[in-house]
Design a binder for this molecule. Structure first.
Ligand code: TPP
Length: 337
């Protein structure tokens, strides 16, 4: 199928707006972290195309298993901005009530909260998919992770089980070239990450992770295959983290400005903008309007959420144990709330 048939003008424009909003959101959160209002943040700058295109290629009924770098996935799934802002600012609208800094999840949107330990969600997503398959739910699991995660046992255990049980799983590796300061060449001796799928008996594909059309086509094919009962696929999206690993990282210690500039010239948002211009869907004026209107909407939401109450300290004791153990009850009684 030709890309025009696969990706309508409307969908391409929608994805562009979602990518721009993800970029604006990440940059606003980094600023708020610097202002002492957000505890810590992991920006997805440069990687927006992967999560936005992947989520658009799936059904809203499919489940998302993100890491801490999937702002675009949450936006594409339709999570309201105020919920995402409340999460970062620790306000009452945060569905996680202040637990799990850096991560996001919300069952209302079929997003399962990411893991603290790298890769721990991979086998969980496979088990979840196996259960969905046995129940005949017809849903597909999109599981996101980085190149660093592929060195964890969880990755290999998850892929092995997915291959054996033909689970409806789309493994999406955001190969952003680094696991904090560890470059890809020190992460694996394999020629590609996608090649690892072969050992587990299913297909692995490499896509340009800065090209929305390529990602969309690959994820859509993998989702359709999984839904038909054809089992899992591993998609390796080659991309680059333009930002620091997190607000606690200084990337100038382990990579050159020149390398960053090379990747910046392949910014996925600029590439998508070019596609839209080619299709006569965008010009400078319209583009400026998209950026300014989304910036205004975001600023307004931040202002509104800042006025809402903070999560009460007592919430830290909630939603972990159905019956809190004695020592927690003791600690709770000591907390001045
Ligand atoms: C088991 C475990 N080891 C180490 C860490 C610390 N840590 C957090 S993120 C990260 C790098 C992960 O890299 P990658 O999987 O490539 O994802 P990226 O951050 O590049 O998106 C590490 C080592 C952790 N959270 N969990």
């Amino acid at each position: 199928m030709k890309t025009h048939e696969l990706l309508s003008d409307e969908l391409l424009l929608k994805m562009y707006r979602e990518m721009v909003l993800a970029r604006l959101f990440d940059s606003a959160m980094v600023k708020l972290q610097r202002a002492g209002k957000v505890a810590a943040y992991t920006s997805s700058e440069g990687q927006e195309a992967v999560s936005v295109a992947a989520v658009n290629a799936a059904s809203p009924l499919d489940w998302i298993f993100p890491t801490y770098r999937e702002t675009g996935a949450f936006i594409a799934r339709g999570v309201p901005l105020e919920t995402l802002v409340a999460r970062q600012l620790g306000r009452v609208g945060d569905p996680l009530k202040g637990h799990e800094v850096l991560l996001f999840g919300d069952r209302r949107y079929r997003i399962i909260t990411g893991p603290g330990p790298v890769a721990a969600h991979i086998p969980v997503s496979v088990g979840f998919g196996y259960a969905a398959k046995r129940r005949g739910e017809g849903t597909v699991m999109l599981v996101f992770f980085g190149d660093g995660a592929t060195s964890k046992g969880d990755f290999h255990e998850g892929l092995n089980m997915a291959g054996v049980f033909k689970t409806p799983t789309v493994f999406i590796c955001q190969n952003n070239q680094y696991a904090i300061s560890v470059p890809l060449r020190q992460q694996t001796a394999s020629e590609t990450i996608a090649a690892k799928a072969e050992a587990y008996g299913f297909e692995g594909v490499v896509v340009d992770g800065n090209n929305v059309e390529e990602i969309y086509a690959a994820v859509r094919a993998a989702v359709e295959k999984a839904r038909r009962g054809g089992g899992p696929t591993l998609i390796e999206a080659i991309t680059y983290r333009l930002a620091a690993h997190s607000t606690a990282d200084d990337p100038t210690k382990y990579r050159t400005a020149q390398e960053v500039e090379i990747w910046r010239s392949r910014d996925p948002i600029t590439l998508c903008e070019k596609l839209l211009i080619q299709r006569n869907l965008l010009d400078e004026e319209k583009d400026n309007l998209i950026w300014t209107s989304l910036r205004q909407i975001l600023e307004q939401k931040i202002e509104e959420v800042e006025k809402t109450p903070a999560i009460p300290h007592s919430a830290i004791f909630e939603d972990v144990y159905s019956t809190p153990p004695r020592h927690l009850k003791e600690e709770f009684s000591d907390v001045n709330i």
